[in-house]
Design a protein around this ligand. Sequence first.
Ligand SMILES: C[S@@+](CC[C@H](N)C(=O)[O-])C[C@H]1O[C@@H](n2cnc3c(N)ncnc32)[C@H](O)[C@@H]1O
Ligand code: SF4
Length: 329
Amino acid sequence: MIDPFGRTITYLRVSVTDRCDLRCVYCMSEDMTFLPKGDLLTLEELDRLCSAFVDAGTRKIRITGGEPLVRRGIMNLFRALSRHIASGRLSEVTVTTNGSQLARYAHELADCGVRRINVSLDTLDAARFKAITRWGDFNRVMAGIDAAQRAGLAVKLNAVALKGVNDDEIETMVAFAHGRGMDLTFIEVMPLGDIDASRFDQYMPLTQVRARLTERFTLEDIPYRTGGPARYMRVKETGGRVGFITPLTHNFCESCNRVRVTCTGTLYMCLGQNDAADLRTPLRASEGDDLLHETLRAAIARKPKGHDFIIDRTTRQPAVRRHMSVTGG
Ligand SMILES: C[S@@+](CC[C@H](N)C(=O)[O-])C[C@H]1O[C@@H](n2cnc3c(N)ncnc32)[C@H](O)[C@@H]1O
Ligand code: SF4
């Protein structure tokens, strides 16, 4: 799959549910309306859809959500996808999770061929964790991270930089992550979906995060890339890596190699645009995948050059109406 700007699309992110057991303040409002369960693709359909992407050249799949590990039977999907890892057609299957269910599933994930996972963790303070996630239990997530490392999974932490919330923990989080052999990536708040608070109040440019880090650490440029939008630097004192995902202050679209599918089979060619293609109808229309491939080709031909994220200071409206939990980031 090659888009009109010459970018080869090899990376698929699949949001397997829009539901979540947490309500992070920057991601969801407390009172969310979720999709009726009947609208969701079954796990078998998700497997078929992913496999069609593999046929079309996808090399890497990330399972995300909502919280992917709260979807019932989700391990069946990981188990099914592991056949593509075994055959070498997929180079990896990864998952982005809030960690709440990891203690239960870490071993099975490893057994299904998952090697790396991303765990979202914005603070090391239990009370703050509660305030940010509204419903979360910090110790449970820590137990999940322990279990993942014991199972041999490489864990990368993702932290959203939140002004006045976790900005005083930036150095501590780097020291913690690197002390446990984990990379840590900071993310800027993106204007996706209505939430109860104002994103303008939460937004902290990563230039500030980097400035804070350079007061305590020596940051060295490194060429390391994971195929994602993060730019990495090595922290000389710890030897670990710190990543920066800066959708608002730096445009990362030139090297975009990904598309996203939601749990209802809607394909978004760009996280920051509204154009989408319905894959559920062609998927259900016939047993063969020809129609699906045709729809896919037409959609990739419309992949836009990039997003136009701005946090609008006058209307304070999100740039994109759907929440991050729909596409999984
Ligand atoms: C939507 S979550 C889905 C996976 C899983 N529930 C988790 O939290 O890791 C994926 C990532 O998006 C981030 N995220 C959610 N809403 C965001 C927003 N508005 N701006 C930036 N990052 C956001 C989360 O912090 C998380 O790291
Ligand atoms: S960021 Fe992840 S854990 Fe937090 S509410 Fe959104 S989907 Fe749930």
